[in-house]
Design a binder for this molecule. Structure first.
Ligand code: CAA
Length: 258
């Protein structure tokens, strides 16, 4: 598929996906979401890809779902086409680790896309927000659900009800992002984190991603059981033998995804 709204590059073992609608601050329209989903599915299938990074431009990760695309839709249009469900489900089904590298605006659907990734590294210029309320709508890609789970009820209510933006420092303080880095270092830091992940056994990183995601879906007791059973299952892999032997032999592990 030839892409017009994203740029995709394989850098060593990381698929780097850059949202590329600069004139609309990377607003998520149907084409962009469809190309993004296609690229993510291709990265999932590509045996060379061991980690995925989604980024935008210096000014905007993404300024939300495309308001011009949505402005004329009726309830029946939105409901019957099941707006955003396919994209949301497709992204949630990607099993390889995904990092969001956020600079500038991550608003509405942009903040929600970043939250759909496994973790967020942002630059000190990042601004997060769920300003949909200013448009007479609510978030529709997880802004009330994921934000509440990630930063707690009070801040999620504040962000969703006032529509205010949160800067990078506040985002790190409340746990929305894992790291804040100087703007110029955003991509080097994020790609370095991706390469660290790419060095691990893909079986293990896939399992760990599944375990953490399960913690948001279930009770602690069930989540701990899920974790322990997958932990037990990892002893069936050659990578477990390699990882533990490498430690004992004081050498770097060479994982083979077996
Ligand atoms: N949809 C469509 N176009 C958008 C857009 C969006 N979400 N955000 C920005 N753009 C366009 C602008 O219309 C403008 O295009 P033109 O030059 O053709 O007029 C261009 O991008 C540049 O934007 P601005 O001139 O507004 O840039 P700015 O620097 O003055 O302001 C901004 C930046 C504060 C991010 C402002 O653009 C803004 O508030 N954008 C909308 C943010 C928003 O409300 N997002 C939520 C969308 S709804 C949603 O996401 C629903 C959901 O949950 C799924």
């Amino acid at each position: 598929m030839a892409y017009e709204t994203i740029v995709v590059e394989l850098v060593d073992h990381t698929t780097l996906i850059k949202l590329n609608r600069p004139d609309a601050l990377n607003a998520l329209n149907e084409q962009l979401l469809s190309e993004l989903c296609d690229a993510l599915q291709a990265a999932q299938k590509n045996s060379k890809t061991r980690c995925i990074v989604i980024t935008g431009s210096e000014k905007a990760f993404a300024a939300g779902a495309d308001i011009k695309m949505m402005s004329t839709k009726s309830f029946v249009d939105a409901y019957m086409e099941d707006m955003f469900t396919e994209a949301s489900d497709t992204i949630a089904r990607i099993r390889k680790p995904i990092i969001a590298a956020v600079s500038g605006y991550a608003l509405g659907g942009g903040c929600e896309l970043a939250m759909m990734c496994d973790f967020i590294i942002c630059s000190d210029t990042a601004k997060f927000g769920q300003p949909e309320i200013n448009l007479g709508v609510s978030p529709g890609l997880g802004g009330t659900q994921r934000l509440a789970r990630f930063v707690g009820k009070s801040k999620a209510m504040d962000m969703n009800l006032t529509g205010r933006f949160m800067d990078a420092e506040e985002a790190e303080r409340c746990g929305l992002v894992s790291r804040v880095v100087p703007s110029k270092k955003l991509m080097t830091e994020t790609m370095a984190a991706a390469s660290k992940i790419a060095e691990k056994s893909l079986i293990t990183s896939t399992a760990v991603k599944e375990m953490v995601h399960r913690s948001f879906e279930t009770t602690l007791k069930e989540g701990l059981l899920f974790e322990r059973r997958l932990f037990h299952a990892l002893f069936a892999t050659e990578d477990q033998k390699e990882g533990m032997n490498a430690f004992i032999e004081k050498r770097e592990a060479q994982f083979r995804d077996k």
